[in-house]
Design a binder for this molecule. Structure first.
Ligand code: F0G
Length: 411
């Protein structure tokens, strides 16, 4: 064990989702040492006394829900969460869905939902006495980790798939001072490498295999329930490494166990057609995913062939009567433009996948039009300026006089 602040928590433990082996909360462990499967944080929910009216008196944010988070000390925070929930009026009208919403996670401090996980994950790194943090990333995780590590005053190492990370995300990781390494390989390989590095050299791994990180991300579900004043019928998320869909499901299950809600939404995952191992497993009713060896999509954030959280995500989708669907790159980009121009919501391609997935499911006749549907749009438009510029005509340059301006406006 590294030395650090004394770690005080007997309120929760880590449990293997496969063989139910139990580990103490302060053990640095990412997967079950008995069977190799994923771990989850388990709270003694029947012993916790949570006063919901106290939650309501706190600002809408990750830390409103701190009784259901693992951090015991002062968190490393940049005021994450509290993101807007927009009614998609025009797109909803076109699709015949009067109750279609988007939770805009691009409005977080680093511009993606990853900040919810990182405020908790980096706080836990501090609490556990770790001195360096690391991750592999398709971009957003690295940007967020770099930012929260900077806030904590801790060095960060990030591994990226060379040539496959959007410009804004690399800029963030570099500017916030992380050690940025591009590997000649894809995200799945980068994750294997960083996992190995962390185990052998004592860095703290902050990919979504880390159960504490997912604890922060589950607050997306908590906020939606508070913002809507009810449980949506369907929760739709873009799926890459499958951590976020698993996290939201876990959180809502906790609210159900506490008696705060009386049902779960149908958890629905959307993947890019060229990178869809979860969709395949759902469609073919496979017990586990078959990794996609060469995933490809313009939505580089979700260009992932071997999702580490697949086991949890398949449970989330199946146990709630949800589903999974693919969308093509063309459908993703069309929805990115529709969100931008018809709703005023700027998101990166992977984020548009959730709403594009709903359009596809409506066209396939799989959606009841009266459903209350919340799509999580995961990252901000400015994350990937190159994909935006490639879709839009360049500004028209004119001489600096009024007649040139008028003729440009009339052409
Ligand atoms: N949307 C965006 C914008 C993402 O960056 C990611 C994942 C996802 C959706 C998928 O979430 O992995 O929990 O299923 N990005 C990771 C990264 C992999 O490294 O930034 P997931």
């Amino acid at each position: 064990m590294p030395v650090g602040r004394p770690f005080i928590s007997c309120m929760y433990r880590l449990v293997c989702v496969h063989c139910a082996a139990v580990y103490p909360a302060d053990q640095i462990i990412y997967t079950c040492s008995r069977c190799g499967h994923l771990l989850a944080v388990e709270y003694p929910l029947d012993e916790l006394s949570i006063d919901r009216s106290r939650w309501r008196r706190r600002p809408l944010s990750v830390w409103r829900y701190r009784e259901l988070l693992p951090v015991t000390g002062e968190p490393v925070t940049l005021q994450e969460g509290g993101t807007p929930l927009y009614h998609l009026k025009r797109i909803g009208e076109e699709l015949g869905l009067p109750h279609l919403y988007a939770k805009h996670e691009g409005m977080n401090p680093s511009g993606s939902f990853k900040d919810r996980g990182m405020t908790v994950g980096v706080s836990m790194a501090v609490e556990l006495g770790m001195t360096q943090v690391a991750c592999a990333s398709t971009g957003n995780t690295s940007a967020s980790l770099a930012q929260y590590a900077a806030k904590a005053g801790m060095p960060a190492v990030v591994l990226l798939p060379a040539g496959k990370v959007a410009l804004g995300k690399i800029a963030q990781a570099l500017m916030h001072g992380a050690k940025v390494i591009s590997i000649r390989g894809n995200f799945d390989r980068a994750l294997e490498m960083v996992h190995e590095l962390c185990l052998s050299h004592g860095l703290y791994l902050l990919n979504s295999v880390n159960p504490y990180r997912l604890e922060g991300q589950k607050t997306i579900g908590f906020e939606v329930v508070d913002q809507l004043g009810q449980v949506p019928d369907r929760f739709v998320l873009p799926v890459g490494n499958a951590g976020n869909i698993s996290a939201v499901h876990k959180g809502l299950n906790e609210l159900l166990a506490l008696g705060f809600i009386d049902r779960l939404p149908m958890m629905t995952g959307v993947q890019a057609a060229g990178s869809a191992p979860i969709v395949r497993a759902v469609r073919e009713d496979l017990p586990a995913v078959i990794p996609e060896l060469s995933p490809e999509t313009i939505a580089t954030a979700i260009r992932i062939g071997a999702p580490v959280n697949a086991e949890k995500a398949l449970v989330a989708i199946r146990a709630t009567g949800g589903t999974a669907t693919t969308v093509t790159d063309a459908e993703i980009l069309a929805m990115q433009r529709d969100l931008a121009r018809k709703e005023g919501i700027g998101v990166e391609p992977a984020s548009a996948a959730s709403v594009a997935g709903i359009r596809r499911l409506v066209e396939d006749g799989q959606i009841d039009r009266n459903e209350r549907i919340v799509c999580v749009v995961t990252g901000h438009l400015l994350k990937d300026p190159e994909t935006v510029i490639a879709q839009c005509a360049p500004p028209c340059e004119i001489d600096a006089d009024l007649s040139s301006l008028l003729s440009a406006l009339s052409s």
